[in-house]
Structure formats: structure tokens, C-alpha cells
Design a protein around this ligand. Structure first.
Ligand code: CU
Length: 146
């Protein structure tokens, strides 16, 4: 009787059925999707999916709120390259402005909506979601040379 072999088989049978990201067809709404993909980074269940996303310089990254809550895409001002443009959903120029606007209900990426930003300067870009910052909703975009 080989109990150990049986247990090993059970452990090996983990199925990763994360059924997110069911693609929503975007018929003729012209929402600025650059390729066939609807979005690059999903926002749901208080996390960015994936949390780390790598692109080449010059790429436009699209976030989509795939969940039920309001989220934001807000760069950490001291978490991006010195010569890079600041970015935040709502179009704010500083982290402070983005945080202030949120208290007035502005700057959200609402359910089903997208936000996009074009990254031109190589480096790491740390960003977060204002209402879920304390819950650990943050991510990083890694921009490599062309
Ligand atoms: Cu959020």
C-alpha cells in the first residue's frame, strides 16, 4: 500500500481555473484599443492582473476595470523614472492632485471602462489604486528599451 504516491498524485492535480478576463467584444465603440486585445491589465477583486507587466518603450498599456468596484490607476510620483511623465486616471499631473480629486469622487476608472498610458522612458513604474491602496492594490509596469 503506497500512501505516499497517492498523496503526491492529489497534490499534483491542482487546477488553475481562474476564469477572469472573458473577452468582451467591443463592437464599434471606438474606445481606442490599439490591437486586437481589449486590455492588458485587469482591475478587479482589489488587485491588478497581472501585478507586473513588461513592455517595450513606446507601448500603450491599457487597463480595464473588470470588477464591480471603482478603481484608479495612479502612479507613485517617486516610483517612476525621473524624466518620465506622471500618469494617473483622470489625467492628473501629480499624485497629490490625483489623491485630492479622489476625495471629490473624481479620477476613477469605472466598471467596464479603460484607461491607457503610453510609456516612452525605460524603467520601472510603480502605481496603485487610491481606494484600495491599503488593501495592497498596486502594480508595476516595467518598460524596456525598444
Ligand atoms: Cu482598486
Amino acid at each position: 500500500m503506497n500512501r505516499r504516491a497517492f498523496l503526491a498524485g492529489v497534490v499534483g492535480a491542482t487546477s488553475a481555473t481562474l476564469a477572469g478576463c472573458s473577452s468582451v467584444m467591443n463592437m464599434g465603440s471606438g474606445s481606442g484599443s490599439t490591437s486586437g486585445d481589449d486590455f492588458d491589465i485587469g482591475m478587479s477583486a482589489m488587485a491588478f492582473h497581472p501585478t507586473k507587466f513588461e513592455v517595450k518603450a513606446g507601448t500603450t498599456v491599457i487597463w480595464k476595470n473588470t470588477g464591480m468596484r471603482r478603481h484608479s490607476v495612479t502612479a507613485y510620483e517617486d516610483g517612476i523614472p525621473d524624466d518620465a511623465d506622471y500618469f494617473a486616471s483622470g489625467g492628473y499631473d501629480t499624485e497629490r492632485a490625483a489623491r485630492d480629486a479622489w476625495t471629490q469622487g473624481k479620477g476613477a476608472v469605472d466598471q467596464g471602462r479603460t484607461y491607457e498610458h503610453t510609456f516612452t522612458v525605460p524603467g520601472n513604474y510603480a502605481y496603485f489604486c487610491i481606494p484600495h491602496e491599503k488593501a495592497g492594490m498596486s502594480g508595476v509596469v516595467v518598460v524596456t528599451e525598444k
